[in-house]
Every structure is written in structure tokens, then in C-alpha cells.
Design a protein around this ligand. Structure first.
Ligand SMILES: [Zn+2]
Length: 83
């Protein structure tokens, strides 16, 4: 698996709860798809590469939101700050 990681914004790479004390934050995970996934959906002799952009992580960095989970709680007070 490959991934794009950035130095953690909150702790400047020192390590904190946001980056799981690694000093890095993954924002673009990617890798080769396991061939069993294709077999499970009926495809044979194919391969693939998948990736996903963690847009919520960019929002977290841009707006200095300390807990990623707060973006998914549906709290309008948080969301209304970004009008
Ligand atoms: Zn950190």
C-alpha cells in the first residue's frame, strides 16, 4: 500500500493525539486491489489500483479541527462556522 502523508499540522511533527503520536497524517491512501476482491464480484484476470482522498483530513488541517470525528457528528454549530 502506498499513501501520501503530510507532517502533522497540529504538532509540527512532534507527535500528538491527532497523528497517533507519529508526527504524520495520512491524506491519500492507495494500493493494489487484492485479486480476491475481483474474484468475489465475478471478474477474472484483471488487476486494479485503488485510492481515496481524505478530504475531511484536508478540512481538518485547513480549519485546525482537532478531532476528525466532529465532522461526522452532524453538529450544526460546527458546520455553520464554514458558511
Ligand atoms: Zn501530531
Amino acid at each position: 500500500m502506498q499513501r501520501l502523508i503530510l507532517a502533522a499540522f497540529f504538532c509540527k511533527g512532534e507527535g500528538c493525539r491527532v497523528c497517533s503520536h507519529t508526527g504524520w497524517l495520512e491524506v491519500l491512501g492507495c494500493g493494489v486491489v487484492d485479486s480476491n476482491v475481483f474474484k468475489a464480484v465475478g471478474y477474472k484476470d484483471v488487476s486494479g489500483y485503488a485510492f481515496g482522498l481524505g478530504v475531511e483530513r484536508f478540512a481538518m488541517l485547513l480549519h485546525q479541527i482537532p478531532d476528525l470525528r466532529s465532522l461526522f457528528e452532524g453538529d450544526l454549530r460546527l458546520l455553520e462556522q464554514f458558511k
